[in-house]
Design a protein around this ligand. Structure first.
Ligand code: OGA
Ligand code: MN
Length: 369
């Protein structure tokens, strides 16, 4: 069945969200924009980047190709939305994926498991899951590992899901390597001086989705929001500034990076579906499908991902997707309301909240999806 023609006003976004989330029959994906194929329809525009904002050496140290080799696109009607089709060097995605699974899951970062487990139980999510994941499946249904139960991790200013705010009291150091990567991407997109202060990492299983929301909790909306995708492809819906504006559906493949800035910083968006078994779109899946051993390319001066670690990452990612969103919370010289200037913690910040909700089978689906 083709994507339904929906009129503005009947909550076109909700209708399309349900259309793409549907399991039976699976939705027709013919109307989904695929930036990895270039300018294939009149909705897709090419976008110029700041070629001199990032040196080749800086890019390479973060695992990125030279900016002149990036393929960047815009979307008709969404100024400030920039889609960069997998700018990563071969072998760099496994590095970042391992950071998401092995490093950023460690304390003092905060994750969904902390909400109902003791600190000792969530102390070493990777260590408690790795051996089990590394072993081949034996056929019978095994209890889920902590990694498989992981849904989100917050970094820097930790997003408060209840109040939808950030606060200076709940802050831990933002990972320096992700801060550097984000600064480079933002500079190439025309935002020099971007300072990553908060991160929300989303861990999707094949039945997960992310509800319709706007990311408005940050106090300075003139700074872009960055999004990095790894693992299985997904459908992303990008709507308008009003909840009822009909969205555009697009693929997000492993390695893709999105920048929401300017007029597109506060657009409604959602992830209705995680896909599986599309043709290999990128380095990560090629690595998987070709059965190559551990990726050779080191990033940030680190050794490449070892075969042992890659066995865990590749096993996890066969049925999962990881997304990192990076935000600057405070503008230059800005402070949280009620907090005197200059008293913010070193290096980070963030604020506010949209209606972000997650769901996957077995969990309560949100009312707004
Ligand atoms: C978010 C978000 C998109 C994604 O975390 O705010 O919109 O692809 N994530 O996970
Ligand atoms: Mn979002």
């Amino acid at each position: 069945m083709a994507a339904p023609m929906v009129e503005r006003g009947e909550d076109a976004f909700r209708t399309l969200f349900k259309f793409y989330r549907r399991k039976h029959p699976p939705p027709d994906l013919n109307n989904v924009v695929d930036f990895s194929k270039g300018i294939v329809c009149d909705k897709v525009l090419s976008t110029n980047l700041e070629l001199s904002a990032v040196s080749d050496g800086e890019a390479s140290r973060a695992g990125l190709r030279p900016v002149r080799d990036w393929r960047a696109f815009g979307l008709q009607g969404s100024p400030g939305f920039i889609f960069i089709a997998n700018p990563f060097l071969r072998g760099a995605q496994p590095h970042w994926l391992r950071r998401c699974l092995k490093t950023y899951t460690q304390k003092p970062n905060v994750c969904n498991l902390d909400m109902h487990m003791s600190p000792a139980e969530t102390d070493d999510i990777w260590g408690k899951s790795a051996d089990i994941l590394r072993k081949a499946p034996c056929g019978k249904k095994e209890p889920k590992t902590l990694l498989e139960k992981l849904r989100w991790v917050t970094l820097g200013y930790h997003y408060n899901w209840n109040t939808k705010t950030y606060s200076p009291e709940h802050h831990t150091p933002f990972p320096a390597d992700l801060q550097r990567l984000s600064g480079l991407v933002a500079a190439a997109a025309g935002f020099p001086g971007f300072h990553a202060e908060a991160g929300i990492l989303n861990y999707y299983r094949s039945d997960s989705s992310l509800g319709i929301h706007v990311d408005e909790s940050e106090l300075d909306h003139s700074r872009p929001l960055l999004s990095f995708c790894f693992g299985q492809s997904a459908i992303f819906l990008l709507g308008g500034t009003r909840r009822e504006d009909p969205p555009t559906a697009m693929y997000m493949h492993s390695g893709d990076v999105m920048v929401m800035s300017g007029q597109s910083r506060l657009l409604y968006h959602a992830v209705p579906r995680i896909l599986q078994d599309l043709p290999p779109p990128c380095g990560l899946r090629t690595t998987l499908s070709k059965g190559q051993g551990s990726p050779e390319q080191g990033v940030s001066g680190e050794e490449g991902v070892s075969g042992e670690d890659w066995a865990v990452c590749s096993r996890y990612i066969q049925s999962s997707r990881v997304n990192m969103t990076v935000r600057q919370v405070l503008g230059p010289g800005q402070s949280f309301p009620g907090v005197p200037k200059g008293s913010a913690p070193e290096g980070e910040g963030e604020g506010g909240g949209g209606e972000r909700r997650r769901s996957s089978s077995g969990e309560t689906e949100s009312s707004d999806t």
